[in-house]
Ligand binder design. Sequence first.
Ligand SMILES: Nc1ncnc2c1ncn2[C@@H]1O[C@H](COP(=O)(O)OP(=O)(O)O)[C@@H](O)[C@H]1O
Ligand SMILES: [Mg+2]
Length: 297
Amino acid sequence: MKKTRNEVINNDEIDLNLKNEHEHINKKDQQRIDKEYQKKIVERKKKFLESLKTENEVFDKRTLMNLYNLLVGKHVDELSGIINSGKEAVVFRAEGKDKETGEFEEYAVKVYRVSNCDFKTMWKYIQGDPRFHLKRSSTRQIINAWVEKEFRNLLRAGDYINAPFAILKRENVLLMELICDEDGTPCPRLKDCIVDYEKFYEQIREDIKILYQDAKLVHGDLSEYNILVQDDEPIYIDFSQGVISQHPLSKTLLIRDIKNVCNFFKRKGVKTDYKEFYKYATGSELHPLDEELAKNY
Ligand SMILES: Nc1ncnc2c1ncn2[C@@H]1O[C@H](COP(=O)(O)OP(=O)(O)O)[C@@H](O)[C@H]1O
Ligand SMILES: [Mg+2]
């Protein structure tokens, strides 16, 4: 039906009014939603800071902000306890929903205590690493590079051997996959487990070879403390000291790693031979000079 001019105008007016009303409602709704959202954020922040207090942890303001940003960034909903509190770092267990799948996930959050870190040693490892081009740096920059190094090493190692998947880093805070059992309980360290030691020794020997020859990486702090056991398999953690094979310290660190592993398995009754292990891992004989250097390290 043909509309009269009048009708058209009226209809337009009605539309306009409706639109205005809609905008009005939207604005009001939006304000309410924003308010609720802000309130929720404040509540979360309070709860989060409270949970840290009960953990008896003292962090600087910037670390708290980095941790808190993990929440606001919606990676983690809450920190649900401390897994380990060491001199240089604290590892929290955390829970949240995966951003993409929406599924419930468990995480490990490693937080470096800025004031307790040994910057001199960190600097030594970072300096020789061609992935980092730091000239004289502030302690913040050094710690950033240190955590970045751990993050990259975890991803690189994880392409070849078992290691937690690194998700993100924010300055001195690293978020990664939690290595846990079906109930979400963090897996124990090799040091605290009873395993088939012969089998584990062989497996670790194979993994170190793959890490060195294919991933071109040396763990740098390998021991029964930095190997977790999940489903009767070794999972390697704590790659912060890891260096790539071109690094001037790589051989020294590899020898030290191999000796640590051999000493542990020897105590468990396994016949070990660090020279043979070294040759197997690298494909070349252990040079007496490298061994001498490793002794003093
Ligand atoms: N991804 C993880 N999943 C489960 N437990 C972990 C994870 N990362 C660390 N842990 C636990 O926290 C402890 C300390 O972590 P680590 O990275 O070795 O830090 P540190 O530098 O203090 O040795 C480990 O021995 C392990 O028990
Ligand atoms: Mg460790």
